[in-house]
Ligand binder design. Sequence first.
Ligand code: GTP
Length: 402
Amino acid sequence: MATVFASGPQTRHHIGHAIYTPHCIPEPEKSSHERKRPYVSRQAPRSLRLQNRLPVQGDSQNDHQIPKSPPTSALKSPPLQPVNSVHTPLVTQPKVPAVEVKCMGRSRIPTFHGTVFLHIYHNNRDNKEHLAIVADSAQFSNDNQLPVPPIRSHSLDAMWRENESESERVTRGAYIGRLTPESQLPSQPTDRPIPPSDIPAPLVRIHSECFTGETIGSMRCDCGEQLDEAMRLISQPVQFGSSTIPGRGVVVYLRQEGRGIGLLSKLLAYNLQDLGHDTVSANLKLGHKADEREYEVAVAILKDLGLGSEQGEGVRLLTNNPDKVAALEKEGLRVVERVSMVPRSWKCQSGSGSPLSGEEGGRRLPGATMVGGEAVSGEDLDRYLRTKVVRMGHLLPLPLDL
Ligand SMILES: Nc1nc2c(ncn2[C@@H]2O[C@H](COP(=O)(O)OP(=O)(O)OP(=O)(O)O)[C@@H](O)[C@H]2O)c(=O)[nH]1
């Protein structure tokens, strides 16, 4: 026990652990100059440490000051140091590292809208697997002289280690052309090609996860329809000079369910909406912000794909949300144009007939909000869309009857 206490200041948490540590194994007697020096604390005084302390969830003394926003925002703005403090602060706040992303894998996915490449990203900000859906079917051509640069992930094409084999590279998606039993061409790490100045910037959508709208077809929102429409638009052929090139664009799919508040809170917000709140006041009543999403990771993903930086191609952003454009530009994304996404039910109401005419319309499922559906409509949706325009400032002309 004496050894335990001699090793430094103890708390009730330390005692039980330290008593069985190797420190307790009796050591041979040491000569006086070998004996341990007395313990000198390198910590700042407790009063100063408490001043600098970040709020801890579940700490009843600090519960009243726990911010609802995630801890990263608390780290971004460290508490102020006391003015005229006689102590030199010894406790430095951890710096938030610059955001980094890495594409861990890429695969060809045939969809209702044509073949896309699905990319899975990891990042150093959260433990979520954010996605990038890339439409760029020109990459299947064996022609090395593509008129426009392919949309490819820099981190995926990089060499991950010195002796990485071709089969390892191909399996994680670092290949070019179409992968078949006969064709397996690993990609090479390359510098980014400078795009010709006259090609239209690719269409890009930053889409936030919505399990209810996209997976079980909820008609409380138009998220499934928006995902479908974004995938349709990025897959449309593009006019380029006198020629037409295959569709080229990206949907970055962020795991920011419920505008960042999570699925559980979104469901509770739905109950509050049934009680008369709108989508904004329901969030606020639950102690959340109207919108808690962040876009640093999305911008890093786009830049990894060669889009939106100062030197690379700009993006044409599919959104009605002005706050989203501002947030993305603040994170350094070069947006050259905003492209509206008009709800399909509004297009029908404005007398333009079926929003998806012809053969494509015929293949679709009327009333379904998921990918492959047609136009979604209903009372709940009207209320939701109206709130986005009236309270969240979405840039859409509101139909007269809403
Ligand atoms: N908190 C909350 N989130 C919702 C609700 N309905 C949909 N969402 C979430 O809202 C997100 C989609 O955001 P939107 O407001 O539709 O679109 P936006 O991204 O802001 O703007 P656009 O780019 O114009 O579509 C997804 O994460 C959905 O899960 C709701 O009633 N409450």
